[in-house]
Design a protein. Sequence first.
Length: 295
Amino acid sequence: MHEPVLLREVIQFLNIKKDGRYVDATLGLGGHAEAILKELGDHGRLLGLDVDPGSLVRAEHRLQPFGNRSNTRRSNFRGLQGVLRENGWGGIDGLLADLGISSYQLEDPKRGLTFQAEGPLDMRLDPESSRNVLTVLGTMDEEELRNLLHEFGEMRFAWKLARAISRAFSEGRLKTTRDLALLCEVTVRGRGKVHPATRVFLALRAKVNDELGALSALLEQIPQVLEVGGRAVIISFHSLEDRLVKQGFLRFEKEGWGERRFIRVTRKPVGPAEDEIRRNPRARSAKLRVLERVA
Ligand SMILES: C[S@@+](CC[C@H](N)C(=O)[O-])C[C@H]1O[C@@H](n2cnc3c(N)ncnc32)[C@H](O)[C@@H]1O
C-alpha cells in the first residue's frame, strides 16, 4: 500500500496528547490517520473527513481495529466547524491536512485525473459535485484559461495551450484525457523534463475542485477550532497552496485571532528526507508547515 507522505514528521509535529481530539481533514486511504490513532489512548479520538466516498470506504476498513476511537465523515473540509459541531466537539488538539489526491484516485482511469491513461474529462474528487472538466471549460473563455494555466506555472506556453484547448473544446474535439494530453503535446512540441500536460491537468483539477478556495476556507477556521497547545499540520504539493498556508500562518502569528495567540512551529517548510524521496517519488514536492495555539 502506498506510503503516507512525511509520516514521521507529521506524528512528531502533531505532538499527540493521548486523550486528545484530532481531525484528519484529508483521510484518503487512512495512512496518516492510522498512525495518529496508534498514538492515542482509550480516550483519544480521531475524526477523519474526505469528499470521496470510495476513499472513505477504504479508510474505514483500515481503521476498524480502532473501534469507536475512530470516526469518519463524508465532508469537504470547508465545512470543518459544522462537522465539529455535529460531532459535539467544541475544539480540537490537532488537525492534519495532506492536500491533493491519493494514488488510489490518481490511478483510477475512470476519474480522469491522469493523462497517462484514457479516461473521461472528469477530475471531480467529490462525485456529487456538479462541476467537471468539461463544464468548467464550458464556462471559461480563452483569456480566463490562459490566466489559470499561467497561475499554475505553465508560464511560457500558457497562451498557446489556452488557445488550443479553447478551440478544440468549442469544436467538440476534447472528450477524453488522452485527447487533452495529446493536444498539449502537439501544442508544446519538444518535451522538456515534465510532460506538457502535467501542469494543465493540475490547473484544471484545482479549478474543478476549487482546491485553493477550499484551502483558504479551511485556513480561516483553524484559529477558531484549535485548543491551547493544539497544532495544525498542513502538507501541500504546489507553490500556490504552500503560499496560502505560509501567509495564513504568518498572519495568525502576527495578529492572533481575538484573544488567541499562535506561533509558527516551522519558519521554513519541512520537506522529505532523501531516503523518503528515494522510496516515494510523490513525496518530492511535499512541503509541511505547522501552527500552534499558545494561549
Ligand atoms: C493526499 S490524499 C490523503 C492521503 C492520506 N493522508 C493517507 O495517508 O492515506 C488527499 C485526500 O484528500 C481528499 N480531499 C481533497 N480535497 C478535499 C477537501 N476539500 N475536503 C475533504 N477532502 C478532500 C481527497 O479526496 C484525497 O482522498
